[in-house]
Design a protein around this ligand. Structure first.
Ligand code: AMP
Length: 233
């Protein structure tokens, strides 16, 4: 049996976290196109450099490049029983490619989970986020006791203040994703999401594959809704 799940939701809706849970529960890997593109950071060829430039500005990578990277990932042995797609498809060209690609292998999309979140909450979740080396993440707008947050002014006055965070008992600074550090880039991503996702929502709703989940609740409550949506709750 295979399971192809598409996770949709604005940046900060908690897709990454919930994808990890689906991964554990159903034994299928999460395929995040954002992660696949970020992994290209270590490469120095022209394509990789171009991808980094576009990502830093919050602009989408072209469909041919994106589709090719996804097809390559779906052909890996760990993806033979399905995947959780996170950040893909982002538009109808990509959705059509995915459908045709899966059909060639006698497969199809089983469910599209839409994690719904208020857009201002979405902005804060991305802009305030920092991550530790062990993968745990924190947010300056949702404080926890053992993490200290500071906005450090730029002495030259040319850049906005930088968010610095440290965790008690550790000297290692918590890291902020470069594309989370730019308010412009986040707003651009939210705008792009709104523009490109609505047609996809309609497309999958018409196929009766869309499952709406309220993402503005605890991680556990969101997960319970997802399990129900996938028929396992
Ligand atoms: P994400 O981590 O999903 O927010 O993606 C970060 C960045 O990667 C986006 O702003 C785009 O530049 C690029 N990206 C990720 N997924 C796609 C996609 N399906 N199509 C085009 N560009 C993408």
């Amino acid at each position: 049996m295979s399971l192809y799940v598409i996770l949709m939701g604005v940046q900060g809706a908690g897709k990454g976290l919930q994808a990890k849970r689906i991964e554990t529960r159903f034994g299928i890997p999460q395929v995040s196109t954002g992660d696949l593109f970020r992994a290209m950071r270590t490469r120095s060829d022209a394509l990789a450099r171009k991808v980094q430039e576009l990502m830093a500005a919050g602009i989408l990578i072209d469909d041919d490049t994106t589709n090719a990277i996804v097809a390559d990932r779906l052909a890996q042995p760990d993806a033979r029983n399905g995947v959780i797609l996170d950040g893909y498809p982002r538009n109808q060209v990509q959705a059509a490619f995915l459908e045709a690609h899966l059909a060639q292998h006698g497969k199809s999309v089983d469910a599209v989970l839409l994690l719904e979140l208020d857009l201002y909450v979405a902005f804060k979740r991305a802009f305030g986020r920092v991550t530790a080396a062990d993968g745990s993440s924190y947010n300056c707008y949702y404080k926890v006791e053992d993490v200290e947050f500071n906005w450090l002014a730029d002495e030259s006055g040319h850049f906005p203040p930088r968010l610095a965070a440290t965790r008690a008992g550790s000297d290692a600074p918590l890291k902020r994703r470069p594309d989370d550090a730019s308010a412009d880039a986040i707003i651009k991503r939210i705008d792009t999401f709104l523009e490109t996702t609505q047609p996809l929502i309609d497309y999958y709703a018409a196929k009766d594959l869309l499952r709406k989940v309220n993402a503005d609740q605890s991680i556990e409550a969101v997960w319970a809704e997802i399990e129900r949506a996938l028929g396992q709750g």
